[in-house]
Design a protein around this ligand. Structure first.
Ligand SMILES: C[S@@+](CC[C@H](N)C(=O)[O-])C[C@H]1O[C@@H](n2cnc3c(N)ncnc32)[C@H](O)[C@@H]1O
Length: 210
């Protein structure tokens, strides 16, 4: 018997293993009125489209194509979306360091989760005053913290199983545990992971100030 193709929802449940972080996107929409996002190194993490009407996904892993090209992807998004507009989803099978044909300074939100140094390569796509969501798994939040184009504006943390956002005590983050360590962008790129900081959070929100 020919194998039945999984639906987009079944694929998402089967192959997406980085936890349910959809609450983070809801928080960003509620707090900052995000209407459009760009997600380099997204893999099949379609959750932003449940809250954000326009989202562009980019990945260089070929198997991601099949997920985004499936006929029922819009049904999956539409049945989970929390806005009334028709969702707009674009997917580019590309290295995010290359030109994949999107307009610069066009997005409210840039997403950098577990996918390398997205903040540097893709900040050009963010509008001025747009926001970057970054975690520090590969050191990208640390790089954004050192980048003059960005200013830390919030931390996202988990408490009692729920994601929450705080704009308080931001001066307590990104203080290295090893005080003698001279942390530069080049150093973070070389080690390709976050360094130990005295206070950390699940993810961070930066504003593009230039
Ligand atoms: C560990 S997964 C993370 C997926 C998703 N961001 C998440 O948080 O669950 C990293 C993804 O980034 C993609 N990736 C890494 N470097 C990339 C690059 N230079 N261009 C495009 N995609 C990239 C990989 O193909 C992979 O699908």
């Amino acid at each position: 018997m020919p194998k039945k193709d999984l639906s987009a929802e079944q694929k998402y449940r089967k192959y997406f293993h980085n936890g349910d972080r959809r609450e983070i996107f809801r928080l960003l929409v509620e707090k900052y009125g995000v209407e459009s996002a760009i997600y380099p190194g997204s893999y099949i993490d379609i959750a932003p489209s449940f809250y954000i009407p326009i989202t562009v996904y980019i990945d260089s892993f070929k198997k991601t194509n099949k997920f985004f090209e499936a006929n029922d992807i819009m049904d999956f998004v539409s049945s989970n979306r929390e806005y009334t507009k028709t969702p707009i989803i674009r997917y580019h099978y590309s290295d995010y360091n290359m030109d994949f044909g999107e307009k610069v300074e066009n997005f409210d939100l840039l997403i950098s989760l577990y996918a390398g140094f997205v903040s540097e390569s893709c900040k050009k796509y963010l509008k001025k005053d747009g926001i970057l969501l970054a975690n520090n798994s590969h050191g990208d939040a640390g790089i954004a913290y050192l980048d003059d184009d960005f200013e830390l504006m919030a931390a996202i943390y988990k408490s009692n199983g729920q994601y929450r956002l705080t704009e308080k005590n931001l001066d307590k983050y990104f203080i290295p545990k090893k005080q003698e360590l001279k942390i530069t962008k080049d150093y973070l790129k070389k080690i390709n992971r976050g360094v130990g900081y005295t206070k950390t959070s699940s993810a961070y929100v930066f504003k593009k100030i230039k």
